[in-house]
Design a protein around this ligand. Structure first.
Ligand SMILES: [Zn+2]
Length: 99
């Protein structure tokens, strides 16, 4: 079991396992917040998750939700998406972008 070290606002450094952490991704999915119940004082802690933290947590297999911003997709965005699909190298560019 992977051990994840983080900090509790009351207790300082604590160690958790992947099942103790729940990640919420926002925006384009590379940042967000994570929450956990401190194993020492039992309080629910919320921490910001930077791109780096998100990468680490996902790699260790924590559960996550994607929080969709309530911003509707515009016709211009759909148009750009369709135009990208029409290009032969869209998959290569997707891989190159890390997505
Ligand atoms: Zn604590």
């Amino acid at each position: 079991m992977t051990t994840i070290r983080t900090t509790c606002s009351r207790c300082g450094d604590v160690e958790l396992s992947t099942k103790d952490i729940h990640l919420e991704l926002t925006g384009n999915g590379d940042e967000g917040t994570y929450r956990f119940s401190c194993p020492a004082c039992q309080t629910i802690q919320h921490r910001p998750a930077t791109h780096r933290v998100v990468s680490i947590l996902l790699a260790t297999g924590v559960a996550y939700d994607v929080i969709i911003d309530a911003v509707p997709i515009t016709e211009a965005e759909i148009g750009r998406f369709v135009a990208m699909l029409d290009q032969d190298d869209w998959f290569g560019r997707l891989v190159a972008s890390g997505g």
